[in-house]
Design a binder for this molecule. Structure first.
Ligand code: ASP
Length: 351
């Protein structure tokens, strides 16, 4: 009899405890924390009141950026970290390593729901792809920026920041790889690119398109990136101080083959931005065939793909549909593990 009573008591206790814990997990009051890592760019730019050009990027601090969007308090608790405050053309591999190490460390905190990185738009796509290959978490990592400085008429920074935090705090963005949120749209890091020097929808994903949208804070995702990212990659950059050096060579009519030789002498690997489907002159073919370092062939054309069949030199690797600047990042990371041609070919198909 005592045994039966004890059993009933246990069941009652379990039934009582389970709903309490379930409530705690879904409690709308516990919003969780978003870590905002600020790096500078036009979103933190200050210039003449009302004007869109001639400003100084990387002027506002992380706190000042956040203060312009009080609505963020309704979305999440925010922790701000100033990584640097620069024009994004001054971002270096060292900056990337600081960002990735900070994210990997903070991701272990169960309070942290996700990350937002504010960044200049010039090289935003490069930082996004580097992080896509190196962060070791499923938690959302979202980059954003702006095309107009904070002092212009109708600055786009505050809305972009708000929407980026909404995405980083959403369940929908978990496990989608590194994302970029810009002018109401959500892009995957691998395909996102800057397509205009001035307009507010300058960030886009070419022929593959956005994977989702944000409307009044609601996150709607329609596609998932197909290539390996974040926790699925083989790249471990913890403890590194720098990355292998890879240069991009841009082919144009009459470009000297001496450039090929010079770039190869000063690099661990090369990416060629070829014409059309990754092509170049006979003089370049001769110079490239002699190279002993890894060479990846991409195109100076935005859309399209380079396959093995397109290659003019047998000692080169096809970049798939990666832009030259994205191919450079994959090659820099790949060279940490291997310079073997077959291994590189496999990686350029996988990532
Ligand atoms: N030059 C700026 C930067 O990349 C441009 C921008 O943020 O839109 O930092």
């Amino acid at each position: 009899m005592k045994g039966i009573l004890a059993f009933i008591l246990c069941i009652a206790l379990v039934l009582y405890i389970v709903p309490i814990n379930a409530n705690a997990a879904t409690d709308p009051g516990s919003k969780g924390k978003i870590v905002v890592l600020a790096t500078g760019g036009t979103i933190a730019g200050v210039g003449d009141a009302g004007k869109t050009a001639g400003y100084k990027p990387g002027s506002l601090t992380a706190e000042e950026l956040l203060a312009a969007v009080p609505q963020l308090a309704d979305v999440a608790e925010i922790e701000a970290i100033q990584i640097c405050n620069v024009n994004s053309d001054d971002i270096t591999a060292e900056t990337w390593l600081t960002i990735v190490n900070t994210i990997n460390e903070k991701a272990a905190d169960p309070e942290v729901k996700g990350f937002v990185i504010t960044h200049g738009t010039d090289t935003l796509e490069e930082t996004a792809y580097f992080l896509n290959l190196t962060v070791k978490t499923d938690k959302p990592v979202v980059l954003t920026g702006s095309m107009r400085p904070s002092t212009s008429i109708s600055a786009d920074g505050p809305m972009n920041l708000y929407e980026a935090v909404c995405v980083a705090a959403s369940e929908e963005a978990v496990g989608q790889g590194v994302l970029v949120v810009f002018s109401d749209r959500i892009f995957a890091a691998r395909t996102v690119t800057k397509t205009s020097t001035y307009h507010v929808t300058a960030i886009s994903s070419g022929e593959t398109g956005a994977i989702g949208i944000v409307r009044d804070g609601e996150v709607l995702i329609y596609e998932s990136p197909a290539k390996k990212h974040t926790t699925e990659t083989e790249f471990d950059v913890s403890g590194l101080k720098d990355l292998p050096k890879v240069s991009i060579l841009y082919f144009s009519v009459d470009a000297s083959p001496k450039l090929v030789k010079y770039a190869a002498k000063n690099s661990d690997g090369l990416v060629i931005a070829g014409a059309g489907a990754g092509e170049f002159s006979k003089k370049w073919i001769k110079a490239i065939k002699k190279l002993k370092i890894p060479v990846v062939i991409s195109s100076r054309i935005d859309d399209g793909v380079i396959t093995k069949d397109n290659l003019l030199c047998k000692n080169t690797v096809a970049a798939d549909n990666l832009s030259p600047q994205k191919a450079t990042i994959l090659l820099r990371l790949a060279l940490l593990n291997s310079a073997d041609q077959e291994t590189l070919e496999k990686m350029f198909l996988e990532y």
